[in-house]
Ligand binder design. Structure first.
Ligand SMILES: [Fe+2]
Length: 303
């Protein structure tokens, strides 16, 4: 098993690199930290690479990059790869500051990259736009979410945090409630990606910035049930769904087995569970018709 510790970045294919770059730089508020033919690299204000844009079609997720436990040396990593039954290639051109990564495929054929060692880009100027704290999680469709969850648990060390019925699974690789999610669908395409904000004031500012851009807020702010994050969704220029959130559940101590207590939890203690039926959200209006149409596969019970 290869112990994944965090999400490093997502690579998105786009048919219009300049338009996507302008959006992620000026509206989302990421710093352009590198540029090469057909690719652009964007980092958070804290200097963490978050989004790699790559010219290509169709638009959408083309790679997920994770950080491995730094406790593994090269020999242990090679052994863990063999034990996990993963055939990986070494790549040296993944992104600036990522001199070497292992590239493999998950059970559904998504390209995953495994990185070792921290790297920070030295961008210390305040950024325009929303300027999220970090890239928080990614949700994808999966034909068999239980099988995909099994792959991420057995091969990459993820733990199951919650299920919505038998169709949407939330997985964690750290104290945070989820880093990857999988929802039942006919293929492996992305459902949404999510950026973490600081607090309610930051969410308010994000909504004002999107409103100023005449971007349609498709859903939220709403406090979800699973994860209890306050979330808001809109679309980027390519149509990818983007969530912004804060207040995600945390399990500071795995041995306790419950999420750090919060006053909005209905279960005390709030443990990982299967959520059945509606309403699931703690507060907030249901998703807009535009959100539901964007995720037709989720009808009639989008999350
Ligand atoms: Fe999400």
């Amino acid at each position: 098993m290869l112990p994944v510790k965090r999400l490093r970045f997502l690579a998105l294919a786009t048919p219009d690199l300049e338009r996507q770059l302008a959006y992620y730089r000026d509206v989302i508020g990421l710093a352009e930290v590198g540029r090469e033919r057909g690719r652009a690299f964007l980092a958070t204000e804290a200097g963490q690479l978050a989004i790699v844009l790559e010219e290509g079609s169709p638009p959408g997720l083309c790679r997920l990059a994770f950080d491995l436990s730094p406790a593994l040396d090269a020999e242990e990593t090679a052994r863990a790869l063999r034990d996990a039954g993963l055939s990986a290639e070494r790549v040296s051109d993944s992104a600036p500051g990522c001199p070497l990564a292992l590239r493999a495929r998950d059970g559904d054929g998504r390209v995953i990259e495994l990185h070792a060692g921290p790297h920070f880009h030295d961008n210390r100027q305040p950024l325009p736009g929303v300027a999220p704290l970090k890239l928080g999680h990614v949700a994808c469709h999966a034909p068999d979410p239980a099988a995909t969850a099994g792959f991420y648990a057995e091969r990459l060390g993820f733990r199951v945090s919650d299920w919505i019925e038998d169709r949407f699974v939330f997985l964690r690789c750290s104290h945070e409630h989820h880093t990857v999610n999988f929802t039942r669908g006919p293929d492996a395409r992305m459902h949404h990606l999510a950026f973490e904000l600081r607090d309610a004031a930051h969410m308010h500012r994000a909504c004002d910035i999107l409103g100023g851009q005449k971007a349609t807020v498709l859903w939220g702010p709403v406090r979800h049930g699973p994860g209890h994050n306050v979330a808001m969704y809109h679309r980027d220029p390519d149509g990818n769904a983007i969530e912004m959130f804060y207040d995600l559940d945390r399990m500071t101590d795995e041995a306790l087995g419950f999420w750090d207590p919060r006053p909005w939890h209905r279960d005390r203690p709030q443990r990982p569970k299967t959520w059945v039926g509606l309403p699931r959200d703690v507060w907030g209006l249901p998703p807009s018709q535009a959100f539901l149409e964007m995720h037709r596969l989720q009808l009639p019970d989008a999350s």
